[in-house]
Design a protein around this ligand. Structure first.
Ligand code: MLT
Length: 257
């Protein structure tokens, strides 16, 4: 197990902490519009998971969703937050499930975005190994070329496409490889859904081609009292594609939680 590392984070606003965890292979900058739009009602914090963005690059060892979740808990310690509303997109959502299992006392509410509770199928696990090998042997360009069109809906802006390119090509290949293997090995979280006792909001892009919206709606329905909001003009990165709809759904949820 690698040593715990300090995570880089960006904070806007003041008040109770609302912390955002990015997906794969992204970084904290995917949440720019959420930090700008939600800083009026929360201390909005976006973290870089280890190895990503400005967080330390790992020098060896494996990643896991549990390791990421513990890193997030350490970040809450660093900013002096006992509890937080925590939002995670896709891989960030997998981190949220681990965080809920390991640190439930630190959760005020959970916001799952464009993610899923199920573990990988055998075929998906084989795909993770291929992704890890490709990243290690050829770098991020082929990963970017495969993923770029799949993560967006039908009408992504040039700005969103450029930002995705910047994040994907800016991720270190060894970090992307370690992410892929950590996602391969993540736990199945479906059995946890009925036992989540904090307020939950699940946001999902209507045009998410990687994780179809109907499956997400079915998972959210298993969480007691969870709210589900589908995001129009949103693919797998709906907070970037339709920040107005995502920010307004989060603001409404936080008003009532
Ligand atoms: C992500 O956006 O984090 C990835 O699509 C997650 C995954 O590949 O399962």
């Amino acid at each position: 197990m690698p040593e715990p590392m300090e995570l880089a984070y960006e904070e806007r606003g003041s008040g109770p902490v609302l912390l955002f965890v990015h997906g794969f292979p992204f970084d904290r900058t995917m949440w720019i519009a959420q930090l700008a739009g939600l800083a009026k009602i929360r201390s909005a914090v976006a973290v870089d998971l280890r190895g990503h963005g400005l967080s330390d690059v790992m020098t060896g060892g494996d990643f896991s969703m549990d390791l990421f979740a513990d890193d997030v808990a350490k970040t809450l310690d660093a900013i002096g937050a006992e509890k937080a509303d925590i939002a995670g997109l896709s891989m960030g959502g997998y981190v949220l499930f681990s965080f809920w299992r390991r640190h439930p006392e630190r959760v005020r509410s959970l916001i799952f975005i464009d993610t899923k509770a199920e573990a990988d199928s055998d075929e998906a696990k084989a795909g993770r190994e291929k992704t890890a090998e490709t990243a290690a042997s050829q770098g991020m360009q082929p990963i970017y070329e495969t993923l770029a069109s799949k993560v967006v809906g039908s009408s992504p802006s040039i700005e969103v496409q450029d930002k995705l390119k910047e994040m994907m090509l800016g991720t270190a290949p060894e970090v992307a490889a370690a992410d892929a293997l950590a996602m391969r090995d993540r736990a199945d979280s479906t059995a946890d859904l009925p036992s989540i006792t904090v307020p939950v909001l699940w946001l999902h892009g209507e045009e998410d081609a990687l994780m179809p919206v109907d499956g997400a709606r079915a998972s959210a329905a298993k969480i007691p009292g969870a709210s589900f909001v589908s995001i129009p003009k949103g693919g797998h990165v709906s907070p970037m594609e339709n920040p107005e709809a995502v920010n307004s759904a989060i603001a409404n949820f936080l008003k009532t939680e």
